[in-house]
Design a binder for this molecule. Structure first.
Ligand SMILES: [Fe+2]
Length: 376
């Protein structure tokens, strides 16, 4: 696997990446410089010269990936793919701005496959995606976890769950409605109501409850917060550990990341202070979000991109996702890792992620209408 371009530690860094001509390279450098502030610092510079311009299309056994997913996760996948197919995977990693970048690059974009997380981002990727109708994707990915337009496909599931204090919460089951009840006043911690993970959860609640009831519920949840929303998912668990609240809302894989964190072993203590409860939605099971993929509209290596997409739903790739990042395989016939299973069994909600995506904008407006982020 090779990196498509360099990543930079400061906006002053010089970037030179793709291009068959100096002109294209310079134009790209300008674009990249604007995107630099958003990009992850990841790798050494590796010049490539054979992706763009004339002669595009599968001739060189390559596929270009724009990835919001981190190197530690996707590199083992791509190494396996290359070993199996001989197709080299070249990757740009970033935390933000990749979809905008594909838009800016237009028809000359080298992007073949986009990898991202959260239904909000997957839906945004549809603007720069093309429909893919591969039987293997239809077969392995449940209909609720892919776009009706075939422009996005789920690869892994993550549930958004309650991390409850082992010492102060005795409940073994919860419903999301419960979290707005007076019994939990001052006991709930949550990151920003506008974070995509929460917007997806709230959009799902909006579908389940209808607007009037949803707004009432969100007001109740706000009243139950221990403070104004701040920090990321793991920071909420730290607050439970420290006693600031009793119930934190977070995505499941963070449990695995905390439990196994060698660099920051204090996170193991945070994880040890809590257990996971999978709250049910009003008319269903646990709220699910996903990571996924899309094929870029102007993918120059379409056939290789299809091979990569098919590989990512293979048993082998799904197991890597499950083991390396503590996610649930999108395939029902593949087991989660032993560690993930140890957090408990649950019934997932069956709401289509397309439906959640359609309600995100309204959910976000209501978050502001109730001034959710100003706290209790
Ligand atoms: Fe995350």
């Amino acid at each position: 696997m090779r990196r498509l371009s360099t990543f930079f530690s400061s906006p002053l860094s010089i970037c030179v990446a793709l291009g068959v001509s100096a002109f294209v390279t310079l134009a790209m450098a300008g674009l990249l410089a604007r995107a630099v502030a958003n990009e992850a610092v990841t790798s050494q510079y590796k010049a490539t010269s054979d992706v763009r311009g004339e002669g595009r299309g599968d001739v060189r056994g390559e596929v270009n990936v724009y990835s919001y997913r981190q190197p530690f996760l996707v590199e083992p996948l791509f190494e396996k793919f290359t070993a199996q197919t001989g197709i080299e995977v070249r990757v740009i990693f970033a935390k933000k701005g990749l979809i905008e970048r594909v838009k800016t690059e237009g028809k000359r974009s080298p992007a073949d496959v986009i990898l991202t997380v959260d239904i909000g981002r997957l839906h945004a990727a549809r603007d720069v995606a093309q429909a893919v109708t591969l039987p293997v994707l239809q077969r392995h990915i449940p209909a609720v976890a892919r776009g009706a337009d075939n422009k996005w496909f789920g690869l892994t599931w993550r549930a958004r769950v309650a991390y409850v204090s082992k010492a102060r919460v005795s409940e073994r089951t919860l419903r999301f409605e419960d979290l707005a009840k007076p019994a939990y006043r001052g006991r709930v911690c949550l990151r920003s109501g506008q974070h995509p993970y929460n917007i997806a959860l709230f959009a799902a609640m909006l579908d389940h409850l209808g607007e009037g009831e949803f707004k009432h519920w969100l007001g109740g949840l706000k009243a139950n917060l221990a403070g104004s929303p701040s920090g990321n998912d793991r920071a909420q668990v730290r607050k439970v550990y420290g006693g600031a609240c009793d119930i934190a809302i977070g995505n499941t894989y963070y449990m695995g990341k905390m439990q196994t964190n060698e660099k920051k072993p204090e996170q193991q203590a945070w994880a040890d202070a809590v257990r996971i409860v999978f709250p049910d939605m009003p008319r269903g099971g646990a709220h699910m979000n996903l990571s996924g993929m899309a094929m870029a509209k102007h993918a120059p290596n379409r056939a290789n991109a299809e091979k990569l997409m098919a590989f990512l739903v293979s048993e082998e790739a799904q197991k890597i996702y499950a083991e390396v990042n503590f996610e649930y395989p999108i395939r029902a016939d593949i087991e989660p890792s032993a560690r993930v299973k140890s957090w408990g069994a649950f019934t997932p909600d069956t709401l289509a992620l397309d439906r959640i995506a359609a309600l995100r904008a309204r959910a976000s407006e209501i978050v502001d209408e109730v001034s959710f982020n100003s706290g209790p």
